[in-house]
Design a protein around this ligand. Structure first.
Ligand code: NAD
Length: 260
């Protein structure tokens, strides 16, 4: 379905981003991966995807806190893939702390990676989509783009910002065969969640083994994690012809969390 399309997925060496990149490649899109990790592991991943799906797969190590690197990543995708038709803004980090103790450098880093990078990627990629007369911008937001939890001030601020930016961009591109949407998952079991277990235990004053049931899955009425493949499935749907009229939406997939 996506043969001939080219996609850039930020933060796709792990977790949800990797799942989306694999799903787009399975549909025939060439992809540019992005994110950190061991160079040899990333090369194995890149080459493995290229041979498994028969598409071109590149990796950019661009740091999403650095606008010049973001611009260079999009320019490289345009040059080496031929265009950027699908942009998935997925890179994200988390830090859990009461607001009065929240480290300033962590605040700045979360706002840069989780929110401002979306502005820089869209600014660089939109002219390429306009030139082709087709584009899909998918921002991986969160249930925390719609509701808050304590101790996540930077993350919640960034994700609410992403949802606002999504709506603005959607209005600006509405007549150009381009859509811009946010996907708002509840908790998905990835390294990002695993890494916050100890911090959550500390701020909530409970042992780490109680964090999954008493903190993380507590707001999710289904009491189960969202699966990476479920998020990837929505991303593919948004790129399909049936996704054409979905524009400016914040698509909840949180097992009912934001219905409460
Ligand atoms: P993850 O930790 O598994 O992956 C994060 C990816 O981002 C990695 O590839 C990492 O290398 C990359 N990354 C981090 N900092 C970067 C930077 N400065 N520049 C470039 N790449 C960088 O996390 P995940 O859980 O897959 O999260 C992906 C997205 O999904 C995030 O935006 C997150 O907020 C969102 N999300 C996650 C959950 C969840 O429960 N896991 C729920 C809702 C939303």
């Amino acid at each position: 379905m996506l043969k001939g399309r080219n996609a850039v997925i930020t933060g796709s060496t792990s977790g949800i981003g990797l799942g989306i990149a694999r799903a787009l490649a399975r549909e025939g899109a060439s992809v540019m991966l992005n994110g950190f990790g061991d160079a040899a592991e990333i090369e194995k991943l890149r080459a493995g995807m290229a041979s498994e799906f028969g598409v071109k797969v590149l990796h950019s190590p661009a740091d999403m806190t650095r606008p010049a690197e973001i611009r260079a990543m999009i320019a490289r995708a345009a040059k080496e893939l031929g265009s950027v038709d699908i942009l998935v803004n997925n890179a994200g980090i988390q830090f859990v702390s009461p607001v009065a103790e929240f480290p300033e450098d962590k605040w700045d880093q979360i706002i840069a990676v989780n929110m401002s990078s979306n502005f820089h990627t869209v600014k660089a990629a939109l002219p390429l989509m306009r030139a082709n007369g087709w584009g899909r911008i998918i921002n991986i937001s969160s249930a925390h783009g719609l509701v808050a939890s304590p101790f996540k001030s930077a993350y919640v601020a960034a994700k609410h910002g992403v949802n606002g930016m999504t709506k603005t961009i959607a209005l600006e591109v509405a007549r150009e065969n381009i859509t811009c949407n946010a996907i708002c998952p509840g908790y998905v079991r990835t390294p990002l969640v695993d890494k916050q277990v100890d911090d959550q235990a500390r701020v909530h004053g409970i042992p780490p083994e109680r964090v999954i049931t008493e903190v993380i899955l507590k707001p999710q009425p289904t009491q189960r994690f969202v699966e990476i493949d479920e998020v990837a499935g929505i991303a593919v749907f948004l790129c399909s012809p049936a996704g054409m009229s979905i524009n400016g939406a914040a698509l909840s997939m949180d097992g009912g969390w934001t219905a409460t």
